[in-house]
Design a protein around this ligand. Structure first.
Ligand code: UDP
Ligand code: MG
Length: 313
């Protein structure tokens, strides 16, 4: 097959319940767009039948390709691989669970033809998700925006179209910890939004439990900002000032008043509090050092076991 105009990158981890429907809906949309396309599934070390089902699509449909990872590396590495292997002039990124409607691809493509390089889906609303997920997502996007100096749109995931130029620019960034939406914002170019409503998962369960969401937030902040370290400095500064003032008060009491100094409990409380803060800041530094260590080892973000479909690779 000659190089397609459109590539669709679909990361999938244990998605056997939805993948068939995803394939059908994506194929229908792409066929309607009347240009050569490829559906590039990245199987992120699924332990269910996901890989077999996708391999089945490859056997019958030459527009489907499958990149199989050697194990589970994570959502961001899976998308990175998709961007690396995509051959289209415009690359769509979409989750496998159909929470984001592929039916707005034509609208995105239209904007692309108008000359925009990145057309990201922005969630007007989320339906069918728990209040907890909605709330944490809302806080997450605003927090990241505050913490980083890059202009990142809120309520925006990886669901988007990116131009070949943007794809190449992001692929060239050497970092291994890849917060994709941040990197795409960082590279610049002409970007615009399309509003949409985020649906419930078509089937299956979320692969982002709270533990992974927190790790994801930590990765996002540390990859784009060292403001937390500056906060530590500020906090340390204010605590020192407060201690000096308090010391002055103690000296004053000792030499100029009759007040007897008791307050063992308050001393212990203050020690515990400051120790706690110091520990927290040490931990925070550890987070950054750990990430420097990770990057320095220079291991790849993912390992490909095999590629199925698409004859030349
Ligand atoms: N995913 C992945 N690797 C992982 C976790 C998730 O490739 O380790 C994929 C998953 O199959 C889905 C997308 O990333 O296509 C988003 O995951 P999910 O829908 O579970 O996240 P949520 O929408 O609940 O935040
Ligand atoms: Mg989802």
């Amino acid at each position: 097959m000659k190089n397609p105009i459109y590539s669709v990158v679909i990361p999938a981890f244990n998605e056997q319940e939805v993948i068939e429907e995803t394939y059908k809906r994506l194929s229908a949309v792409m066929k309607g767009m009347d240009e050569p396309y490829e559906l590039l599934f990245v199987n992120d070390g699924s332990r269910d039948k996901t890989a077999e089902i996708i391999a089945g699509f490859c056997a019958n449909d030459e527009s489907v390709r499958l990149v199989n990872f050697s194990r589970n590396f994570g959502h961001m590495p899976a998308i990175s691989a998709g961007m690396e292997y995509a051959r289209g002039e415009a690359v769509f990124i979409i989750d496998a669970d159909l929470q984001d409607p592929p039916e707005i691809f034509p609208q995105m493509a239209e904007k692309w033809r108008e000359g925009f390089h990145v057309i990201y889906g922005q969630r007007e609303k989320r339906v069918g998700e728990t209040i907890f997920k909605k709330l944490t997502a809302k806080i997450f996007y605003r927090f990241i925006r505050k913490m980083t100096s890059v202009d990142m749109p809120v309520d925006t995931g990886e669901f988007r179209l990116i131009d070949r130029k943007v794809c190449d620019a992001v692929n060239r960034l050497p970092e291994k910890n890849r917060y994709i939406r941040g990197l795409v914002s960082w590279v610049g170019f002409r970007q615009t939004a399309i509003m949409y409503v985020r649906q419930e998962r078509f089937a299956g369960t979320t692969k982002y439990p709270l533990r992974k969401m927190i790790a994801f937030a930590m990765d996002a902040v540390t990859a784009f900002s060292y403001k937390p370290l500056k906060l530590a400095t500020t906090l340390g500064f204010f605590i020192s000032i407060a201690s000096f003032i308090y010391l002055a008060v103690i000296f004053f009491q000792r030499f100029f008043t009759e007040t007897t100094i008791t307050g063992w409990a308050s001393t212990v409380a203050i020690i515990l509090l400051t120790q706690g803060i110091v520990m927290m800041i040490l931990g925070l530094m550890g987070e950054y050092i750990g990430r420097i260590y990770e990057e320095m080892k220079d291991r790849p973000a993912y390992i490909v076991q095999e590629i199925i479909g698409g004859e030349d690779k």
